[in-house]
Design a protein. Structure first.
Length: 81
């Protein structure tokens, strides 16, 4: 009943973090024992916290090469990059 389709495989990965915008750059920084975790504060929290946060300005600059960052959320920008 169904015609068998040729199998097509596609594989790709990319990691965006505050260590870099590629899997290779992230791996390089981890292998060099560079951590992206830092102490942060936020006006809504009464304490400091540790996190690895992707810098908005860095992400915006990278994303501007692809599209208008004002039309996408930070998460959408990271997914598209």
């Amino acid at each position: 009943m169904y015609k068998e389709l040729d199998k097509t495989y596609l594989s790709y990965n990319n990691i965006i973090s505050n260590l870099g915008f590629s899997t290779a750059k992230n791996a390089e920084n981890v292998l060099n024992k560079i951590s992206g975790v830092a102490k942060h504060t936020h006006k809504s929290l009464p304490f400091e916290y540790m996190a690895a946060i992707v810098d908005r300005n860095t992400l915006r600059k990278k994303f501007e090469e692809l599209a208008n960052p004002n039309e996408y959320t930070k998460l959408e920008q990271m997914i598209i990059c």
